[in-house]
Design a protein around this ligand. Structure first.
Ligand SMILES: [Fe+2]
Length: 157
């Protein structure tokens, strides 16, 4: 059962106190819970929309993604890089992960606007396009998480 979107807060206070790998895993749990919520919204289109859930998702989406990406890029990735100085694959892999983050953050802004419109029952929203955006976003994010897990969990701090 996925966590409710209201409990996905995006703060990094508890993450900064924990070891980086534990904080990383917690971040991924929060992102996967968000993906589950977005999938539920996509499945509810066009006739069974929970408007309140759309508004919560619209508000949570960008801060959560940015906070977790920032932690990974500013805390975790430099540690991985410094512990594997002779590994030529790691810098390219970390660059790819940063590129994924950048794409996700741009897409999250568009999706947040669409979710806000859904939540407010806006007349000028295309349900088919919104469903396509939702599925494209959470499927790409789940792929990113799976790949990032392979990279980071191979690394022993
Ligand atoms: Fe990431």
């Amino acid at each position: 059962m996925p966590k409710d979107i209201k409990s996905v807060d995006g703060t990094m206070n508890s993450r900064q106190d924990a070891d980086p790998v534990s904080a990383f895993k917690k971040g991924h749990q929060d992102l996967l819970a968000l993906c589950d919520q977005l999938e539920e919204i996509a499945d509810s289109l066009p006739d069974q929309i929970n408007r309140q859930k759309c508004l919560y998702a619209a508000r949570a989406l960008c801060p959560l993604i940015r906070t977790i990406d920032k932690f990974e890029e500013e805390v975790l990735f430099p540690q991985i890089k410094s512990r594997m100085p002779d590994n030529t694959v790691t810098p390219k892999t970390l660059t790819r992960l940063r590129f994924d983050h950048c794409e996700d953050e741009c897409f999250a802004e568009e999706l947040s606007e669409a979710l806000h419109k859904l939540g407010k029952s806006s007349a000028n929203i295309n349900m088919e396009t919104t469903g396509y955006m939702l599925r494209g976003f959470f499927e790409a994010l789940r792929r990113h998480i799976a790949f990032e897990n392979e990279v980071v969990l191979r690394w022993k701090p």
